[in-house]
Ligand binder design. Structure first.
Ligand code: NAD
Length: 263
């Protein structure tokens, strides 16, 4: 069973930073064309250039707010025009807003749900339509979280949205099967990215504890070894799943949590 993404076209949302950026690097290293789709076009353009220069792979940057239906459909169309196909979509864009439920602003709640859940729906729908049109199948990956299966305090919107992504992925696996489209969720524990770096002081303030305690007790307290998940861990699993030529693993969630969640 060869694992290979060489020559594939992989679209990654939120790929101008953090986990998405590293997945893009890893896919390029393995010979896949990568499309950096992000809200921040400047950052996406420089990441696309950096990766193209480093790995000698044709890349593309696309301005895509995943909550904007026209931008998502237009962006996916532009990718299909340029490369003639889309093989892999990774719905990865995300944000975090921390607050106790009783203080959660409705606008903040809606923003988190909009980006993670509606954004995943819009990007997956657009990619699936292309994959079906092409008739060659494809892989859909969604960056969920340990919070797709566990809850933490002060993250209700994020936990709700990440759980919803898991249900959505399972639905994609069911409906995608007849077109040879597989769907999986990759759920990391805490990974040191700008998203998490921003959370450490915020959590310390909300909980009235030190930043060191936030890392040790809140972020890594439930792991078996006190270790962060790394961007490399996530990227390796993504390449593995997208590189498989069978749908044997479709509909599964892969939780990269150092034992925080065992299934
Ligand atoms: P990050 O902040 O480093 O990167 C997120 C990227 O998404 C940024 O480039 C940002 O511009 C982009 N983005 C934000 N809103 C967008 C929108 N509406 N449309 C398009 N792009 C948008 O974050 P990260 O840590 O790399 O997170 C990536 C994904 O991984 C998210 O879905 C997050 O929930 C998930 N995740 C992260 C961790 C972690 O510990 N870092 C753990 C589990 C899951």
């Amino acid at each position: 069973m060869p694992i290979n993404v060489k020559g594939k076209v992989t679209v990654i949302t939120g790929a101008a930073s953090g986990i998405g950026k590293h997945m893009a690097e890893k896919f390029a290293e393995e010979g896949s064309h990568v499309v950096i789709a992000d809200l921040d076009l400047n950052a996406a353009t420089s990441v696309a250039k950096e990766i193209s220069d480093k790995y000698g792979i044709e890349t593309m940057a696309v301005k895509m707010n995943v909550t904007d239906e026209n931008e998502v459909n237009g962006g996916i169309e532009a990718v299909a025009q340029k490369f003639g196909k889309i093989d892999v979509l990774i719905s990865n864009a995300g944000i975090q807003i921390i607050s106790p439920i009783v203080d959660f602003e409705f606008d903040a709640w809606k923003k988190v749900i909009d980006i993670h859940l509606n954004g995943t729906f819009l990007t997956v729908r657009a990619a699936m339509r292309k994959m079906i049109e092409q008739g060659k199948g494809g892989h859909i990956l969604v960056t969920g979280s340990v919070h797709s299966v566990e809850a933490s305090k002060n993250k209700a919107a994020y936990v709700a949205a990440k759980h919803a992504q898991l249900g959505f992925v399972r639905s994609v696996a069911k409906e995608g099967a007849e077109y040879n489209i597989s769907a999986n969720l990759i759920g990391p524990g805490f990974v040191k990215t700008p998203l998490v770096d921003r959370q450490i002081p915020e959590q310390a303030k909300t909980l009235g504890i030190s930043e060191e305690e936030v890392v040790k007790k809140i972020m890594l307290g439930e792991t078996v070894d006190g270790e962060f998940t790394t961007v490399e861990d996530v990227a390796n699993v993504a390449v593995f799943l997208a590189g498989m030529d069978t749908n044997v693993l479709t509909g599964q969630s892969f939780l990269l949590t150092h034992g925080w969640h065992m299934q």
